[in-house]
Design a protein around this ligand. Structure first.
Ligand SMILES: [Zn+2]
Length: 109
């Protein structure tokens, strides 16, 4: 299986981080992509998911409660190491909510 270094699925911004240039397999579409070794979803699928989560969850929940739960969840999460926490905290709030929602979905299994 060949990895396309120019694929829109790649998380090119991860490459500046430690463990940021792993070949990963997307759990949504099954395609290979390059990114942080803990990533499970390619950039294309995340972009598609963001739209869904935006409409689905954001409209239904109280935003402040949501943010509070999100931050607690990120602190507890076994998926998330310190590098990702730092990255997470530097993101705009809207992006944090989307990322958190995805972690919740992934940890439900
Ligand atoms: Zn994908």
């Amino acid at each position: 299986m060949q990895t396309d270094f120019n694929s829109p699925r790649n998380w090119t911004e991860d490459s500046e981080h430690e463990n940021g240039s792993y070949q990963c397999k997307c759990c949504e579409c099954g395609e290979f992509f390059i990114g942080h070794k803990r990533r499970v979803i390619c950039k294309v699928c995340v972009t598609n998911k963001e739209d869904n989560i935006d409409i689905d969850l954001m409209s239904k929940m109280d935003k402040n409660l949501y943010i509070q739960r999100m931050k607690e969840s990120i602190e507890r999460s076994k998926f998330v190491d310190q590098n990702i926490k730092d990255l997470f905290n530097s993101m705009p709030e809207e992006k944090q909510i989307i990322l958190w929602a995805m972690l919740e979905v992934m940890s439900q299994d």
